[in-house]
Design a protein around this ligand. Structure first.
Ligand code: DX5
Ligand code: ZN
Length: 223
Protein backbone atom coordinates (compact mmCIF):
# COMPACT_ATOMS: atom_id res chain seq x y z
CA UNK A 1 0.00 0.00 0.00
CA UNK A 2 1.20 3.43 -0.88
CA UNK A 3 1.94 5.76 2.01
CA UNK A 4 0.48 8.60 -0.02
CA UNK A 5 -2.07 10.67 1.84
CA UNK A 6 -5.48 11.11 0.27
CA UNK A 7 -7.63 8.78 -1.73
CA UNK A 8 -6.36 5.46 -3.10
CA UNK A 9 -7.20 4.51 -6.66
CA UNK A 10 -7.95 0.86 -7.47
CA UNK A 11 -8.23 0.07 -11.19
CA UNK A 12 -10.51 -2.90 -11.91
CA UNK A 13 -9.02 -5.34 -14.41
CA UNK A 14 -12.51 -6.27 -15.58
CA UNK A 15 -12.12 -3.45 -18.11
CA UNK A 16 -8.53 -4.37 -19.10
CA UNK A 17 -7.46 -6.00 -22.37
CA UNK A 18 -7.21 -9.66 -21.31
CA UNK A 19 -5.00 -10.53 -24.27
CA UNK A 20 -2.34 -8.34 -22.67
CA UNK A 21 -3.22 -8.64 -18.99
CA UNK A 22 0.32 -8.57 -17.59
CA UNK A 23 1.17 -5.41 -19.54
CA UNK A 24 -2.12 -3.80 -18.53
CA UNK A 25 -1.43 -4.48 -14.85
CA UNK A 26 2.11 -3.16 -15.06
CA UNK A 27 0.81 -0.09 -16.88
CA UNK A 28 -1.62 0.86 -14.11
CA UNK A 29 1.06 0.24 -11.49
CA UNK A 30 3.38 2.59 -13.40
CA UNK A 31 0.50 5.04 -13.76
CA UNK A 32 0.34 5.47 -9.98
CA UNK A 33 -2.46 3.11 -8.94
CA UNK A 34 -2.44 1.97 -5.30
CA UNK A 35 -4.54 -1.19 -5.39
CA UNK A 36 -5.44 -3.71 -8.11
CA UNK A 37 -9.12 -4.66 -8.01
CA UNK A 38 -10.05 -8.13 -9.32
CA UNK A 39 -13.71 -8.97 -9.92
CA UNK A 40 -14.68 -12.64 -9.51
CA UNK A 41 -18.24 -13.52 -10.62
CA UNK A 42 -20.00 -16.89 -10.45
CA UNK A 43 -23.00 -16.53 -12.75
CA UNK A 44 -25.31 -17.26 -9.78
CA UNK A 45 -24.96 -14.47 -7.27
CA UNK A 46 -24.54 -12.04 -10.18
CA UNK A 47 -25.81 -12.54 -13.72
CA UNK A 48 -22.35 -12.75 -15.26
CA UNK A 49 -19.20 -14.87 -15.17
CA UNK A 50 -15.76 -13.35 -15.13
CA UNK A 51 -12.48 -14.78 -13.89
CA UNK A 52 -11.20 -16.92 -11.05
CA UNK A 53 -8.18 -18.35 -9.27
CA UNK A 54 -5.70 -18.66 -12.18
CA UNK A 55 -6.15 -15.00 -13.07
CA UNK A 56 -5.71 -13.86 -9.46
CA UNK A 57 -2.49 -15.91 -9.30
CA UNK A 58 -1.30 -14.38 -12.58
CA UNK A 59 -2.14 -10.86 -11.38
CA UNK A 60 -0.16 -11.55 -8.21
CA UNK A 61 2.91 -12.48 -10.28
CA UNK A 62 2.55 -9.32 -12.38
CA UNK A 63 2.42 -6.71 -9.63
CA UNK A 64 3.48 -5.59 -6.19
CA UNK A 65 0.28 -3.58 -5.78
CA UNK A 66 -2.25 -4.68 -3.17
CA UNK A 67 -4.37 -7.36 -4.88
CA UNK A 68 -7.98 -6.73 -3.86
CA UNK A 69 -10.22 -9.67 -4.76
CA UNK A 70 -13.93 -8.85 -4.89
CA UNK A 71 -15.84 -12.12 -4.69
CA UNK A 72 -19.30 -11.83 -6.26
CA UNK A 73 -20.00 -15.47 -5.52
CA UNK A 74 -22.20 -17.68 -3.39
CA UNK A 75 -20.57 -20.21 -1.04
CA UNK A 76 -17.55 -17.97 -0.54
CA UNK A 77 -16.58 -20.07 2.51
CA UNK A 78 -15.53 -22.84 0.10
CA UNK A 79 -13.12 -20.60 -1.79
CA UNK A 80 -11.62 -17.87 0.40
CA UNK A 81 -8.59 -19.91 1.49
CA UNK A 82 -7.71 -20.60 -2.13
CA UNK A 83 -8.07 -16.95 -3.09
CA UNK A 84 -5.73 -16.04 -0.25
CA UNK A 85 -3.26 -18.71 -1.34
CA UNK A 86 -3.42 -17.41 -4.92
CA UNK A 87 -2.02 -14.12 -3.63
CA UNK A 88 -4.95 -11.87 -2.69
CA UNK A 89 -3.97 -9.32 -0.05
CA UNK A 90 -7.55 -8.22 0.49
CA UNK A 91 -10.63 -10.40 -0.01
CA UNK A 92 -14.18 -9.11 0.12
CA UNK A 93 -17.40 -11.10 0.26
CA UNK A 94 -20.99 -9.95 -0.19
CA UNK A 95 -23.22 -9.69 2.87
CA UNK A 96 -26.11 -10.81 0.65
CA UNK A 97 -24.29 -14.01 -0.38
CA UNK A 98 -23.03 -15.21 3.03
CA UNK A 99 -25.23 -17.09 5.50
CA UNK A 100 -22.46 -16.95 8.10
CA UNK A 101 -20.65 -13.71 7.45
CA UNK A 102 -18.78 -13.62 10.76
CA UNK A 103 -17.33 -17.06 10.07
CA UNK A 104 -16.21 -16.18 6.53
CA UNK A 105 -14.50 -13.01 7.80
CA UNK A 106 -12.60 -15.12 10.34
CA UNK A 107 -11.65 -17.60 7.60
CA UNK A 108 -10.23 -14.81 5.43
CA UNK A 109 -8.17 -13.48 8.32
CA UNK A 110 -6.94 -16.95 9.29
CA UNK A 111 -5.85 -17.50 5.68
CA UNK A 112 -3.62 -14.42 5.94
CA UNK A 113 -5.66 -11.90 3.92
CA UNK A 114 -7.43 -8.73 5.04
CA UNK A 115 -11.20 -9.15 5.12
CA UNK A 116 -13.80 -6.88 3.56
CA UNK A 117 -17.59 -7.02 3.40
CA UNK A 118 -19.51 -5.76 0.39
CA UNK A 119 -22.91 -4.06 0.42
CA UNK A 120 -25.14 -4.02 -2.64
CA UNK A 121 -26.94 -0.73 -3.30
CA UNK A 122 -30.08 -1.85 -1.43
CA UNK A 123 -28.27 -3.24 1.65
CA UNK A 124 -28.05 -0.94 4.68
CA UNK A 125 -24.76 -0.32 6.47
CA UNK A 126 -26.43 -1.28 9.77
CA UNK A 127 -26.10 -4.93 8.75
CA UNK A 128 -22.38 -4.64 9.58
CA UNK A 129 -22.82 -3.25 13.10
CA UNK A 130 -21.65 -6.43 14.85
CA UNK A 131 -18.77 -7.31 12.52
CA UNK A 132 -17.41 -3.84 11.75
CA UNK A 133 -14.44 -4.16 14.10
CA UNK A 134 -13.40 -7.38 12.34
CA UNK A 135 -13.21 -5.76 8.91
CA UNK A 136 -10.23 -4.16 7.22
CA UNK A 137 -12.59 -2.53 4.74
CA UNK A 138 -16.18 -2.17 3.65
CA UNK A 139 -16.88 -2.13 -0.08
CA UNK A 140 -19.95 -0.13 -1.00
CA UNK A 141 -21.36 -0.96 -4.42
CA UNK A 142 -22.46 2.14 -6.29
CA UNK A 143 -23.94 0.02 -9.11
CA UNK A 144 -25.70 -3.33 -9.06
CA UNK A 145 -22.80 -5.76 -9.36
CA UNK A 146 -22.17 -7.91 -12.41
CA UNK A 147 -20.98 -5.56 -15.11
CA UNK A 148 -18.51 -2.76 -15.67
CA UNK A 149 -19.43 0.51 -17.34
CA UNK A 150 -22.70 1.17 -15.49
CA UNK A 151 -23.96 4.48 -14.21
CA UNK A 152 -23.11 5.57 -10.64
CA UNK A 153 -26.09 5.43 -8.23
CA UNK A 154 -26.11 8.60 -6.07
CA UNK A 155 -28.55 6.90 -3.67
CA UNK A 156 -25.53 5.25 -1.99
CA UNK A 157 -24.01 8.57 -0.88
CA UNK A 158 -25.95 8.81 2.42
CA UNK A 159 -24.93 5.22 3.19
CA UNK A 160 -21.24 6.12 2.79
CA UNK A 161 -21.78 9.09 5.12
CA UNK A 162 -23.53 7.02 7.78
CA UNK A 163 -20.92 4.28 7.64
CA UNK A 164 -18.10 6.82 7.96
CA UNK A 165 -19.80 8.39 11.00
CA UNK A 166 -20.13 4.96 12.60
CA UNK A 167 -16.46 4.08 11.93
CA UNK A 168 -15.29 7.39 13.39
CA UNK A 169 -17.66 7.17 16.38
CA UNK A 170 -16.31 3.72 17.22
CA UNK A 171 -12.68 4.78 16.79
CA UNK A 172 -12.05 2.20 14.07
CA UNK A 173 -9.67 2.42 11.11
CA UNK A 174 -11.90 0.47 8.69
CA UNK A 175 -11.47 1.73 5.13
CA UNK A 176 -14.42 2.53 2.88
CA UNK A 177 -14.02 1.44 -0.73
CA UNK A 178 -16.58 2.40 -3.37
CA UNK A 179 -17.11 0.46 -6.62
CA UNK A 180 -19.12 1.19 -9.74
CA UNK A 181 -19.41 4.14 -12.07
CA UNK A 182 -16.50 5.98 -10.46
CA UNK A 183 -14.62 8.51 -12.56
CA UNK A 184 -13.52 12.12 -12.34
CA UNK A 185 -17.18 13.28 -12.33
CA UNK A 186 -18.22 11.13 -9.35
CA UNK A 187 -14.99 10.78 -7.31
CA UNK A 188 -15.43 14.11 -5.53
CA UNK A 189 -18.86 13.24 -4.17
CA UNK A 190 -17.90 9.79 -2.86
CA UNK A 191 -14.74 11.08 -1.19
CA UNK A 192 -16.65 13.98 0.37
CA UNK A 193 -19.08 11.37 1.75
CA UNK A 194 -16.21 9.41 3.32
CA UNK A 195 -14.64 7.04 0.75
CA UNK A 196 -10.95 6.11 1.12
CA UNK A 197 -10.47 3.77 -1.86
CA UNK A 198 -12.01 4.28 -5.30
CA UNK A 199 -12.43 1.38 -7.73
CA UNK A 200 -12.43 2.43 -11.38
CA UNK A 201 -12.67 0.09 -14.36
CA UNK A 202 -13.74 1.85 -17.52
CA UNK A 203 -12.61 5.27 -16.25
CA UNK A 204 -9.01 3.94 -16.27
CA UNK A 205 -8.74 1.09 -18.79
CA UNK A 206 -11.20 2.75 -21.17
CA UNK A 207 -8.93 5.76 -21.62
CA UNK A 208 -5.72 6.05 -23.65
CA UNK A 209 -3.61 7.58 -20.86
CA UNK A 210 -3.76 5.59 -17.61
CA UNK A 211 -1.50 8.00 -15.75
CA UNK A 212 -3.80 10.92 -16.55
CA UNK A 213 -6.87 8.83 -15.67
CA UNK A 214 -5.51 7.79 -12.24
CA UNK A 215 -4.33 11.32 -11.51
CA UNK A 216 -7.66 12.75 -12.64
CA UNK A 217 -9.63 10.51 -10.29
CA UNK A 218 -7.26 11.23 -7.41
CA UNK A 219 -7.43 14.98 -8.03
CA UNK A 220 -11.22 14.94 -8.25
CA UNK A 221 -11.28 13.04 -4.96
CA UNK A 222 -9.03 15.63 -3.34
CA UNK A 223 -11.01 18.62 -4.60
C1 DX5 B 1 -19.01 -4.52 -11.02
C2 DX5 B 1 -17.60 -4.64 -10.53
C3 DX5 B 1 -16.79 -3.42 -10.68
C4 DX5 B 1 -16.57 -2.98 -12.10
C5 DX5 B 1 -16.46 -1.49 -12.09
O1 DX5 B 1 -19.73 -5.62 -10.63
O2 DX5 B 1 -17.58 -4.98 -9.15
O3 DX5 B 1 -15.55 -3.51 -9.99
O4 DX5 B 1 -15.42 -3.53 -12.70
O5 DX5 B 1 -16.46 -1.03 -13.38
P1 DX5 B 1 -16.71 0.53 -13.72
O6 DX5 B 1 -15.69 1.32 -13.01
O7 DX5 B 1 -16.57 0.55 -15.20
O8 DX5 B 1 -18.11 0.85 -13.25
ZN1 ZN C 1 -15.62 -4.87 -8.06
Amino acid sequence: MSERAGVWVAPSILAADFTRLGEEIRAVEEAGADVLHVDVMDGHFVPNLSIGLPVVAAARRATSLVVDTHLMIRNADRYVERYAEAGSDWISVHVEACDHLDRVIAQIRAAGAKPGAVLNPHTPETTLEYVLDELHYVLIMSVNPGFGGQRFLPSVLPKIERLKERIVARGLTTLIEVDGGIGPETAGRVVAAGADVLVAGSAVFGTPDYRAAVAGIRAAGAA
